[in-house]
Write a protein that binds this ligand. Sequence first.
Ligand code: SF4
Ligand code: MG
Length: 323
Amino acid sequence: MASEQVLKVADFQTEVHNDWCPGCGDFGILKAVQMALAELGVPPHNIAVISGIGCSGKTPHYLNAYAAHTLHGRPLPYASGVKIANPGLEVVAVGGDGDGMGIGAGHFVNMGRRNLDLAYVIHDNGVYGLTKGQASPTLKLGVKTKSLPKPNINDSVNPIWLALASGATFVARGYAFDIRHLKDLILKAVRHRGYAFVDVLQPCPTYNNLNTKDWFGGLDRAAAGKPLPRIYKLEERGHDPLVRTPEEADGKKLEAMKRGAEWGDAIPIGVFYQNPLLPTFEDRLEERIPAYRAEPPAQQVIADAQGRPTVRLGPLLDEFVVT
Ligand code: SF4
Ligand code: MG
């Protein structure tokens, strides 16, 4: 892991004009990521933030670090390549629910099988905000947001279940308007040794008029004259996500799935599951290539000072000669 130093949130901010809609939950997620990276203490030049396509895809423009705004649904394979090439970097992938659970669903599932040491944050708003609010894979069956001509005809994917079933070793959910709590979750995700997934409930005030800040906050229902928030924190209701021995991994995962099934009047946020006991993909690579971490691909010299290639492919190609 990259060395740590004292940093400020401002170190991770940019001057790029931000064109997210006023009141969008994306602002809270961006702030939480910046706060988490500042607290982590790893300087921007040792961090890579990789995004897909969608409103969330603009994150790398607003966050000072090495970054790439990639293709629709592809932040995970791109981020995987970055991490494998340079395992000394902290890598954070960012995308939307449509990006990650629709076109990117295959990558999402296979990410869990590898347990690469990186974090993936999804802005989960139930719609394709960038393209005018079509139903995304996390929108519930039968609901009708204001940009749909008819109620949603498809059932929804449960990101918590899918991440658990796919093998993610850290699974959490945050809320875009509880920035400090979300910052803590993202910091835990980045510090986790292995693949960490954070689903973030992100109100889209422009296109999702159902799952709004007021709805999550329970303003439409009250007890003793006070709103009854739908969101609750797992850690305040006795949920223990940490796997301490290999034998308890399956039981902890089933408990996490039970919590992940909750929606409606009680919506949990916090860490559902954390298993730090499994080897990472980098560990497995190092078993096969002992010098992998000491001499990763990104640090190998491939050209001299004049730009002439120093890598000799001849011997490698000779190995493939069919006789
Ligand atoms: Fe945010 Fe929705 Fe506007 Fe996109 S369309 S910037 S998700 S409010
Ligand atoms: Mg979306």
